[in-house]
Design a protein around this ligand. Structure first.
Ligand code: AP5
Length: 214
């Protein structure tokens, strides 16, 4: 299954992707996670991306496309992939279409996670992420707190708040989403690939997916 997850910041893309990764044994490819790791390691890509990310702006398309071209050709994508946070703009979606033709793959579905803005803000304010780059489990102080405060349930490393989670950056990310990413809903609808689960809870979306994939 080759899947794109669409949805605003905080819609639950990362949480759902991790669940689907376990269920279908296919990788979650999160451009946000890849970029955050590059910033932490201080690579050239990380240096280019850091300021955009802190402001809540999109990183330039050419940086992202270079990352994805390499990532989608890795062996672990042979049986499918879950794209989380990519594509983010119409030019990225068009470039993805061309790349998939070149590497003889095709998308099966674009799953749109629709969550009211007030809930998005609440979720993002409470999100905590495991600081271990190999784990990156996602928690929420209100909805899914770690069993031991401040520590990841899975690997025991500290859970932290992301740099782009200031109120100002969150508002800017939502504005950027509405301007640049929301048009992808029509783009994939036009291709007959869009699915709307009509639910906001991760487990309800899992049930919906199981039903349509039968
Ligand atoms: P990225 O990391 O992709 O961030 P995002 O899209 O803004 O999405 P988030 O990770 O904030 O939210 P999510 O939908 O995954 O929600 P989550 O599951 O964590 O990108 C960060 C930055 O990188 C961008 O701003 C940009 O600068 C750059 N970038 C990345 N990709 C790019 C691209 N392609 N092009 C250009 N730039 C790019 O859930 C959120 C919270 O809600 C958690 O606390 C979770 O526990 C909770 N939660 C989740 N689901 C539920 C539920 N069902 N019920 C209750 N709580 C829930």
């Amino acid at each position: 299954m080759n899947l794109v997850l669409l949805g605003a910041p905080g819609a639950g893309k990362g949480t759902l992707a991790k669940r689907l990764m376990e269920m279908y044994s296919i990788p979650q490819i999160s451009t946000g996670d890849i970029l955050r790791a590059a910033v932490k390691e201080g690579t050239d890509i990380g240096k280019k991306a850091e300021e955009y990310m802190k402001r809540g702006d999109l990183v330039p398309d050419e940086v992202i496309l270079g990352i994805m071209e390499e990532r989608l050709q890795k062996k672990d994508c042979a049986n499918g992939f879950i794209l989380d946070g990519f594509p983010r703009t119409i030019p990225q979606a068009e470039a993805l279409d061309k790349l998939l033709v070149r590497i003889s793959k095709k998308l099966d579905m674009a799953l749109n996670l629709e969550v009211p803005e007030s809930v998005l803000i609440q979720r993002l304010a409470g999100r905590r992420t495991c600081s271990n780059p190999d784990c990156q489990a996602i928690f929420n102080v209100s909805f899914k707190p770690p069993k031991v405060e401040g520590k990841c349930d899975i690997c025991g490393n500290p859970v932290v708040q992301r740099d782009d989670e200031t109120e100002e950056a969150v508002k800017h990310r939502l504005k950027t989403y509405n301007e640049k990413t929301a048009p992808l809903i029509d783009y994939y609808s036009g291709k007959g690939l869009l699915k709307n689960p009509g639910a906001t809870e991760t487990e309800e979306i899992v049930v919906y997916l199981k039903k349509i994939l039968k």
